[in-house]
Design a protein around this ligand. Structure first.
Ligand code: FEO
Length: 400
């Protein structure tokens, strides 16, 4: 048995890397791939924590057998039912027919619904425990991080938290799953993108989960995606999830716009120049027709300022911007400063319709919205400068 699979003591990594999938959940780009992490606790009784995407079952099973040979697995702990983790459940059950599935009352209905599996269950409630021999596991229900059945399992013996999607990130594990054996640089941005895309709507449940975990002596975090985090990085990882789930953000402005012939883009450029000229260094611009919403949403989670622009199109907001507005509203973000602008050819509508978005978002409105007819003139230039100036001033007020 190779020691390369050891997380700590008798806890092993048995997850897999997916470098084939282009879009996670059919939505979110995976330029660095994604890992599906599963863990095996090789105690007197053996427990498996979550499974992997069904496409990787053979590799997964091979990793399990390399550790325990033909010994049985007594327990399968299901922290999360989304099929990227539960996908191998039916096949695991076929190979280990006596396995007992451990879950909470939300879990088992989903198991039957997705996989038609019933049979012996080990039902746990918040803070219940399970002793495997040397290892004592305690379960913490963390509903809506980011599904209703989500829970975390804490190995009190080793201080290892099996956190489900919590503290996860995109990106495969190249060479090793352990943070101390790899260059972790690329995961930090991918963690923010993962959180904002997948979990972002559920800030309040994430905060409740963090409260539950705050007194645990966590030495290792074993998420279902991304590296296994050890002591050197744990406070940073928890800090990122805490900050994002409070919708706290850094000083900076995301300027996101749609444009057909460059006139609306000209407005964005003027606004950006004014903001940077006022000393705000973090100005991130996205043309919605080029940037994938995944990255735009991630940047909106990073920065407090948001300025949105679009042409009028068929008496509506330009469609790709309109779609982005829906995705922002879905995430129920808080604490952002919002400015907006738009253009039209013969009849203006976009600014009026963006005002509806602004009201729904409950963001703090900054400056006067700018509506430009056809192309840039002195008046619209000055209005764009004023909007950029107002945003910079608002951000600078927070410095005091
Ligand atoms: Fe990684 Fe929510 O599944």
């Amino acid at each position: 048995m190779s020691q390369k699979s050891v997380v700590r003591g008798k806890i092993h990594y048995v997850g897999v890397n997916d470098r084939n999938k282009s879009l996670f959940e059919g939505l979110w780009p995976l330029p660095y791939g994604v890992s599906y992490n599963s863990y095996l606790i090789d105690d007197e009784t053996v427990a498996l924590v979550d499974t992997v995407d069904v496409c990787f079952f053979e590799i997964f099973l091979g990793k399990i057998k390399a550790i325990i040979g033909e010994r049985p697995i007594q327990y399968l702990i299901i922290n999360h039912m989304e099929p990227d983790h539960s996908g191998s459940l039916r096949l695991i059950k076929q190979h280990y027919p006596d396995i007992i599935i451990v879950g909470n009352k939300q879990t088992f209905g989903m198991i039957e619904g997705f996989y038609g599996i019933t049979g012996e269950q080990y039902l746990v409630d918040d803070r219940d425990f399970l002793v495997l021999g040397h290892h004592k596991l305690r379960f913490y229900l963390t509903p809506m991080v980011h599904w209703p059945e989500t829970m975390m399992t804490f190995d009190e013996t080793e201080g290892v938290l099996f956190s489900g999607d919590g503290f996860g990130s995109f990106g495969t594990l190249d060479g090793s799953f352990l943070d101390t054996r790899i260059n972790t640089d690329r995961y930090w941005d991918e963690m923010i993108r993962y959180y904002s895309n997948i979990v972002g709507k559920y800030g309040s449940p994430v905060q409740k989960a963090l409260e539950k975990l705050q007194n645990l002596s966590i030495k290792v975090i074993c998420s279902t995606h991304g590296p296994v985090w050890t002591e050197e990085h744990i406070s940073r990882v928890i800090g990122i999830y805490d900050k994002l789930s409070r919708y706290d953000a850094d000083e900076g402005v995301v300027i996101v716009y749609g444009t057909m012939y460059g006139n609306t883009e000209q407005m964005a450029e003027v606004i950006a120049e004014e903001i940077a000229g006022e000393g705000i260094k973090n100005v991130v611009m996205h043309n919605v027709n080029k940037s994938h919403p995944s990255y735009i949403i991630s940047d909106i989670f990073k920065y407090r300022g948001l300025i949105i622009g679009a042409p009028t199109y068929s008496n509506q907001i330009y469609p790709t911007v309109d779609s982005l507005l829906s995705q922002i509203l879905v995430r129920d973000m808080k604490g952002r400063y919002l400015g907006y602008f738009g253009s039209f050819c013969w009849s203006g509508a976009v600014v009026r319709r963006m005002a509806e978005f602004a009201t729904k978002s409950k963001f703090e409105i900054i400056g006067e919205p700018v509506e430009m007819k056809q192309a840039m003139r002195d008046i619209s230039y000055k209005q764009c400068v004023n909007l950029g100036h107002a945003m910079a001033e608002r951000l600078k007020k927070d410095q005091k």
